[in-house]
Ligand binder design. Structure first.
Ligand code: FAD
Length: 322
């Protein structure tokens, strides 16, 4: 009897790795990649996408290099995902350095290739330039791009959001107005810049809801592959690095064995804190590596399953003990 009662809780190993798609109680993930630049990187990219595909992400997105420098590589990577995997490809597209006709043509190319989802961004100016200057015949900001893409075809569009305020914004309120404009122009979800203090994200969502932004705001999670590089990225987008994280990584850069579990633990704790407050969906910046992302997602789904057993099925546990 006890054995029979136990059976529903003990999932078949094959089901364990199956998608959270059919199981609304498990956290959901999307994964972001950058387009590979060399044949060897391309092979690694494909291998990583296949491996992380076992986690059945809601979608996988591929970035668009600063100033449109990866236009062809982004298209190639997205087209490969669409043709060779069962995963939903989402192409990033930016305003920088191109006129409207060119951007519209790229979007049309995606639509014709069967790609229905885009991330619409302003983009950053190329390295060495003094600041962002809109192309005279281009889309000036992401909100303009969203409206333009919607005119090309009925894409499902995601946009960027900044829990710690975009560095060029006049202030937090102006930045939130901008997010609202992007949603009003037709975007159906926002994905945030990475952060390490979960309260920044939670407060941001509260403020967004207060101004009438109703779409999902998916937290962007960056597992730390290289702490120094992470600090540089954080500096450029003005994401705060908390003191406890600096302390944690002091003298750790050369200790490869310890860095991996520490990086997993930092990301897991961040997501657990958010899950405990109702967040169910995460966008992971994979940096084209499978290991940290796979460990993070498996542990989070395991948490959700453990909770499910303890909360929903106490009798099954009791039966198992008899
Ligand atoms: P916008 O929403 O246009 O905002 C940019 C700034 O301009 C903000 O400060 C805003 O408040 C201000 N602003 C907006 N409208 C106006 C206006 N009318 N007048 C004055 N100020 C205004 N970059 C890439 O190059 N390629 C990528 O693939 C890429 N992917 C990303 C994915 C995610 C999830 C995130 C969070 C960022 C990504 N980025 C990418 C970086 C992004 O391009 C930069 O952060 C960029 O500086 C801002 O882009 P945005 O789309 O938020 O711009």
């Amino acid at each position: 009897m006890a054995d029979k009662l136990h059976r529903p809780a003990a999932r078949h190993p094959a089901a364990r790795h199956s998608a959270a798609k059919g199981d609304s109680r498990l956290p959901r993930f999307s994964f972001e990649y950058f387009p590979p630049a060399t044949p060897a990187a391309e092979e690694r990219f494909r291998d990583t996408v296949q491996r992380l595909g076992a986690l059945a992400p809601d979608f996988v997105s591929v970035t668009y290099g600063a100033g449109g420098t990866t236009q062809e590589r982004t298209f190639k990577a997205i087209d490969w995902v669409r043709r060779e995997t069962a995963q939903e490809p989402v192409a990033h597209l930016t305003c920088v350095g191109a006129d409207r006709a060119k951007i519209d043509a790229i979007a049309e190319g995606y639509w014709q290739a069967g790609v229905r989802r885009l991330v619409a961004l302003r983009g950053d100016p190329p390295k060495g330039s003094s600041g962002y200057v809109p192309h005279p015949q281009g889309y000036a900001y992401a909100a303009d791009l969203v409206a333009g893409l919607k005119r090309v075809a009925d894409f499902d569009i995601s946009v960027a959001a900044f829990p710690e305020v975009h560095p060029e914004a006049r202030d937090a309120a102006a930045d939130l107005d901008n997010l609202k404009r992007k949603i009003d122009a037709g975007a159906s979800r926002a994905i945030t810049q990475f952060f390490f203090d979960p309260d920044h994200y939670l407060r941001f969502v509260d403020r967004a809801r207060a101004v009438g932004i109703k779409v999902p705001i998916i937290p962007g999670i960056l597992p730390i592959v290289n702490f120094e590089r992470t600090c540089q990225m954080a500096e450029s987008c003005k994401a705060a690095i908390p003191h406890w994280l600096l302390d944690l990584y002091a003298d750790l850069e050369d200790d490869n064995e310890v860095r991996f579990p520490v990086a997993v633990s930092v990301a897991v704790e961040l997501c657990r804190y958010l899950m405990a407050r109702g967040v169910e969906e995460f966008h992971v910046y994979t940096l084209n590596r499978a290991d940290l992302t796979a460990a993070l997602c498996r542990l989070l789904r395991n948490d959700a399953r453990a909770r499910e057993i303890h909360i929903d099925e106490p009798l099954l546990l009791a039966g198992g003990l008899s």
